[in-house]
Design a protein around this ligand. Structure first.
Ligand SMILES: NC(=O)c1ccc[n+]([C@@H]2O[C@H](COP(=O)([O-])OP(=O)(O)OC[C@H]3O[C@@H](n4cnc5c(N)ncnc54)[C@H](OP(=O)(O)O)[C@@H]3O)[C@@H](O)[C@H]2O)c1
Length: 403
């Protein structure tokens, strides 16, 4: 995976061309200032037209890339375009690139990595998963000496903050979301956090690093927390569980299982103790041992920490992060089997759902059911069908077999 980054001079202080001056961009600036970095400095910052109000700010990508003081480009704009075009232009200008953009690498990682390799520079994206947690870097290191069997955890800090707040303060979903937005955890459009797609992007990206396979998006069942209500939390707590948004991918005899869904955890499970906007990101090694990293899954400064790690790797000529010769694969969840909690209204008539239920409780107009153990893809598909009638909530029940 070594890339010839011959353009990088290792013995000089390297200039960064910073694309994006928001939460993470400012975090990187603060981190470099606070640590008085003798390895890197911000040489130029790309701002939108009319916002370039400092001598080191520019309004167009060409002048940033042509600036001789820019050695490495850091992309923290977010979104697909113009981030993709700017990163391609940087790589073609033979600048190594560090990005925190999980959506961009998920959609265009192969194209960008090929361009990086063709130009003899590195493309790195450690900050795209886990915020400040060195998760992808750890996976890369660990797989050098063991075959990773499974990866997963709580990878979305915003939803974790909301679930924890709803549990501890018995507040409504909307109030928890408002608090997450006020604290800058959730964006104005929080759909990627609450629909699970942020977790999906992160587990898929972790999967290509751990297993050398891009798992096809459409084959990964993905459910977020958008259908959860305060009454559900109370019911779950009365059962003795904590609810967390869980993402996982693991090897099985039939290929690779992968899914994202809310899950109920017992109090002794590590996931249950993850509070506020923290993440837990774990892997299982070839001996079946689970190792976990816990920390700030988001925020300007923590995320800048992962960016700085990538910058150091580039300075040390470590190369890029996408594995050589990785391939594509469809997830196979036929052996990913566990029980589910499903909440519907009393009005919902589904003989199929009734037949699947092992236990049920009637609470006012709501019915809570615990199903027989069933495969993940089947229950996700069933709920999508039933949602044509009403907004059902469901969550997996964590068992030892889940992991
Ligand atoms: N925030 C986190 O905790 C976190 C953690 C891990 C990864 N990430 C990833 O890091 C990236 C940045 O996230 P963020 O939270 O820093 O976003 P953000 O606060 O919204 O900042 C994005 C910055 O990019 C600027 N920008 C966007 N399009 C631009 C354009 N065409 N030209 C010039 N400037 C442009 C924005 O400028 P305006 O202010 O003028 O709009 C803003 O300053 C995303 O890919 C995100 O997924 C974020």
């Amino acid at each position: 995976m070594k890339t010839d980054v011959s353009k990088i001079e290792t013995n000089k202080r390297l200039g960064i061309g910073l694309l994006g001056y928001g939460t993470v961009g400012k975090g990187l600036e603060t981190l470099l200032e606070a640590t008085a970095s003798d390895a890197f400095f911000i040489a130029k910052i790309l701002r939108r037209a009319t916002k370039a109000n400092r001598h080191d700010m520019v309004e167009d990508i060409d002048s940033l890339l042509k600036d001789p003081s820019v050695d490495i480009v850091v992309e923290v704009l977010g979104g697909i375009e113009p981030a993709r075009s700017y990163v391609l232009a940087a790589l073609k200008a033979k600048k190594a690139v560090v990005t925190a953009n999980k959506a961009l690498i998920n959609r265009h990682g192969d194209e960008l990595d090929a361009c990086a390799k063709a130009n003899g520079v590195a493309l790195r994206f450690s900050a795209a998963v886990g915020g400040g947690i060195p998760y992808l870097a750890t996976l890369l290191e660990v797989k050098r000496h063991t075959q990773i069997q499974a990866i997963g955890g709580i990878l979305n800090g915003t939803s974790n903050f909301m679930l924890d707040k709803m549990e501890r303060e018995q507040c409504a979903f909307e109030e928890a979301l408002r608090a997450a937005q006020q604290l800058g955890y959730a964006e104005a459009d929080p759909s990627a956090d609450i629909l699970g797609t942020d977790s999906l992007n992160k587990i898929r990206l972790s999967g290509v690093v751990a297993f050398d396979r891009w798992i096809e998006f459409e084959s990964i069942p993905c459910e977020g927390i958008a259908y959860l209500q305060a009454e559900d939390i109370q019911f779950i707590q009365n059962l003795g569980y904590h609810i967390r948004l869980f993402a996982t991918m693991c090897r099985s005899e039939d290929g690779i299982q992968a899914y994202v869904e809310p899950q109920l955890f017992n109090v002794e499970d590590a996931e249950a103790s993850i509070l506020a906007n923290h993440n837990i990101a774990w892997f299982v090694d070839s001996m079946g041992e689970r190792q976990a990293l816990i920390g700030q899954g988001a925020g300007g400064l923590p995320t800048a920490g992962n960016i700085l790690r990538d910058l150091m790797q580039i300075k040390e000529k470590t190369g890029g992060m996408l594995p050589e010769g990785h391939t594509k694969l469809v997830a196979n969840n036929t052996k990913a089997i566990h029980q589910y909690l499903i909440r519907s209204s009393k009005n919902l008539k589904s003989g199929y759902l009734e037949a699947l239920s092992e236990v049920k409780w009637i609470q006012g107009n709501r019915i809570y059911r615990i199903t027989k153990a069933m495969d993940v893809s089947r229950i996700h598909a069933l709920v999508q069908t039933l949602r044509a009638t009403e907004p059902i909530f469901f969550a997996g029940i964590q068992t030892k077999e889940t992991l």
